[in-house]
Design a protein around this ligand. Structure first.
Ligand code: NAP
Ligand code: HSE
Length: 442
């Protein structure tokens, strides 16, 4: 039988930095394999950057370089626009314009999707085009596809993940080499892992963007980034990393979203995880995401969470998906948020004060009788029970000691109240270090 040769799909790139450059490299290197999979050639015909000189290494016949990104979204020959510039402006306007012009969109921009996804998906639905964002979460791990399609039979109960490569890299190096925070952040920037504004990484904002997206597709709720609880890793000290290890735990920046009877938890913060869990051994810039479905049980997804080609792997997967679905009836496509747009739920996000979890507390106290009794009385009065306790010997000539406590599960507002009371005791020196503790067992 004679084979019909399909017209190539023309792609316009917005950005040729870490991810954009990686995408072009992978598309070029694996062109034959990708065409065999997609059913037609996917070719990049136009790319926009700010600095044309920096983009010269990518120049080739058939690729027009411009410093005007609007020329890409307005080009009638472009079928798919791939946004890899980052930030909200002008990325949002460019994407909305591309949609308005009838183009499909692929983006790696989690900040944009978490903050403006609802508006973008509505515009795409109206125009019958696709907006794909696999690269926005977990770098090269196909987690969006797994949650949205592979686990579609399940009522998802919770998701917990290491979803920021930069902070996992910093925490790993602090633990293994005793390296300094600032030095490791610079290294993560050099390796292309960090966001343009690295405070997004270290303060947990980037992880919260990704968690917001996963929560929306897992539970069929709108994107609610503004309701996420966010705490980064800047308060984690070498001492906490060391004490956690001594107690059999690792400290990781976790994103957790969980369905509870009172609402949906949506929180990013450092957490102690039992060292025996697979996820506690995910090191460097690697990411791992645990998804618990009612039918399948816990499933774990692991891979490179940042960097040029791992992220490009996800971008190209979206390009192939769109190329295959290009001519399909829009009603037969997988919905952007996994659930039909008119079937989204209004389940509330649970305020952080109401979240129940366990805690690691490190107090610095004067080494004298009665201090521990005062502390434990305050905890007991607030219904907080202690699971384990460790008191370190004072250093020579010092009168203060470190006391480390692990609590059983308690309500966050009770822990906050207990910390305020304990900090006001005359024998307690300075602030209490508080890190949440997650068993991640069931
Ligand atoms: P990047 O290396 O800074 O690259 C950004 C690119 O966009 C550069 O080519 C830049 O051009 C271009 N650009 C920025 N603003 C522009 C404008 N107004 N007009 C034209 N071109 C513009 O950033 P990246 O690390 O690739 O990240 C891109 C996106 O992917 C972000 O949304 C990020 O969150 C996301 N992401 C990154 C990773 C990662 O590992 N890096 C992983 C997953 C997702 P010039 O170089 O000429 O300024
Ligand atoms: N800055 C992000 C990270 C890039 O470190 O995980 C990948 O999304």
């Amino acid at each position: 039988m004679e084979k019909t040769v399909m017209k190539p799909i023309n792609v316009g790139l917005l950005g040729l930095g870490t991810v954009g450059g990686g995408t072009l490299t992978v598309l070029r290197r694996n062109a034959t394999e990708i065409t065999r999979r997609a059913g037609r050639e996917i070719r990049v015909t136009m790319a926009a950057v700010r600095d044309l000189d920096k983009a010269r290494p990518y120049a080739s016949a058939g690729l027009a370089l411009t410093n005007n990104p609007f020329a890409v979204v307005d080009n009638p020959d472009i079928d798919i626009v791939v946004e890899m510039m980052g930030g909200i402006s002008p990325a949002k306007d460019l994407i909305l314009m591309a949609i308005e012009n009838g183009k499909h969109v692929v983006t790696a921009n989690k900040a944009l999707i978490a903050n403006h996804g609802t508006e973008i998906f509505a515009a795409a639905q109206k125009k019958g085009v696709m907006v794909a964002f696999e690269a926005a979460v977990g770098g090269g791990i196909p987690i969006i596809k797994a949650i949205r399609e592979g686990l579609t039979a399940n009522r998802i109960e919770w998701i917990a993940g290491i979803i920021n490569g930069t902070t996992n890299f910093i925490l790993t190096e602090m633990r293994d080499k005793g390296a300094g925070f600032d030095e490791m952040l610079k290294e993560a920037q050099r390796l292309g892992y960090a966001e343009a504004d690295p405070t997004f990484d270290v303060e947990g904002v980037d992880a919260a963007h990704k968690l917001t997206i996963m929560s929306a597709i897992a539970f069929g709720i709108p994107m609610q980034f503004e309701r996420a609880y966010i705490e980064g890793i800047t308060q984690i000290t070498g001492a906490d990393v060391k004490y956690a290890e001594q107690l059999g735990y690792r400290i990781k920046l976790l994103g957790i979203t969980r369905r509870t009877a009172k609402g949906i938890e949506l929180r990013v913060h450092p957490a102690l995880i039992p060292a025996r869990r697979l996820i506690a051994n995910v090191d460097g810039a690697m990411n791992a995401i645990l998804v618990k479905g009612d039918a399948v049980g816990p499933t774990l997804y692991y891979g490179a969470g940042a960097g040029a080609e791992p992220t490009a792997s996800s971008v190209v997967a979206d390009l192939v998906d769109i190329t295959r679905m290009h001519t399909a009836d829009p009603h037969n496509r997988v919905p952007h948020l996994a659930f039909q747009p008119d079937a989204l739920s209004d389940e509330p996000i649970l305020p952080m004060d109401e979240v129940r979890t366990a805690y690691y507390l490190r107090l610095r106290a004067l080494d004298k009788p009665g201090v521990l009794a005062d502390v434990t009385r305050i905890l007991a009065d607030l219904d907080i029970s202690i699971d384990a306790m460790m008191q370190k010997e004072p250093h020579e000539g010092e009168e203060q000691v470190d006391i480390i406590m692990l609590t059983h599960q308690s309500v966050e507002k009770n822990i906050n109240a207990a910390m305020t009371k304990i900090e006001s005791l005359p024998a307690i020196c300075g602030k209490i270090a508080r890190i949440r503790l997650e068993q991640l067992g069931k």
